[in-house]
Design a protein around this ligand. Sequence first.
Ligand code: HEM
Length: 428
Amino acid sequence: MSGPPGTYDRLVNSAANTAVIDVGELDLPMVEPRLELSIDERNERADAVAGEHWLARSTFGYMVLQYDDVVAVLRDKRWHSATSMIPDLMGVTDPTFRARRRTSILSAEGDEHVRLRRLVGKAFSPRSADRLRPFMRGVIDGLVDDVDDGGRCDAVAEICDPYPIPIICELLGAPPRDWQLFSRLAGDILKVFDTNLPDVLDVVMAASDELDEYTLTLIADRRSKPADDLITELIAAEEEGDRLSTEELTMMVEAVIIAGTDTTRNQLGCALAVFCDHPDQWALLAERPELAPRAVEEALRYLGAVRGTIRFASEDIEYRGVHFPKGTVMAAGIAQANVDPSVFPARRSFDITREAPARPMLTLGAGIHACLGAALARAELQEALTVLPRRMPDMRLDGDLVWKPATAAIFGPEVLPLAFTPGVGSTG
Ligand code: HEM
């Protein structure tokens, strides 16, 4: 060995540092959904796991928990969306179910995904979302009117659940008489991501059939009678001579209905539950409605309705000295990344006056699949968190708050009993 003393050691050490180890050989902590644990207990467990290793084993494969790793996985195009693989991972073998599967924007990759995002991007711009703000305000005000007499309500059933549906219908151009139908179908179809999928497969399939039929009629109607709505915009969307086919249109409309309802209502429920726990912050928001946009970002970070997502290695991948063979399933721990102390030092405190962090919370995703409806979701939550503190400035918990089971892919309260002084802040 030539060279000055110590070089050899350095080379060996650096080779050892960069040597790639197969992921299967690592001794890793395990993350599993423990239904019986409270949110605080789950947080503690996730902290303990994150303290042990940057990588963990999870139900279907592996999981990254730290902010930088979650962003790296979501931005690396070799990790493909595994959302459409969830039924397989849960052992669903039903041939009818498998045969009817088709690519959605959430599972498309590569050029196909780029093309879809390019075609529909404009329809989901912040400007398009802003146009709906007066309508959103009207909806949320109307929902409070309905419960205002008694000064008590179950915020989940009476405010959060019904809130996004009329907005999605208005966006799409679907008539108000179909609101109930949409609400049920969206809830049923999203059960496809629940971890007890085999038990609810029939419900999911029946709802998908019903939605297909409904959407095709809506599209046919708009083709003959164009209107000022999203379906007409998507039919007309064209880039360099390229257009969405009827099948793609159906997929997009359904993606909006499915991805845009249960997420938003659960997120609003999460936010209200957190505010019940922080009455000083609620009072501040009632006093200073201009804080609503910051309150939304903080609520999304502090308790997100989407706790994680899932990818698979489309080829062999090396990352941080670990070899992940093609096909490896990887969960991105969004909820854990949102409380990573290296990015959010005061991570477990809920503070709506905090300056916007240098790096954004990840509840709306990151990378190519980042939430297409982010501007709409933010607008809906901002309007709700402007109207509700005005109408219910002394909102408080009035009974037991019940959370959804940890099997629910979209997390939030199941029952949120509230009390408030009636007749405050009404503009009607
Ligand atoms: C607070 C409410 C919402 C949350 C927390 C949320 C969260 C997310 C997340 C985390 C992803 C990325 C999933 C992944 O990477 O695997 C996503 C994707 C998506 N979201 Fe949302 N979302 C919300 C509201 C909405 C709304 C209102 C719409 C539509 C109007 C929408 C439409 C979509 C679509 C179409 C995708 C797929 C994008 C793609 O794959 O390119 N979402 N959302």
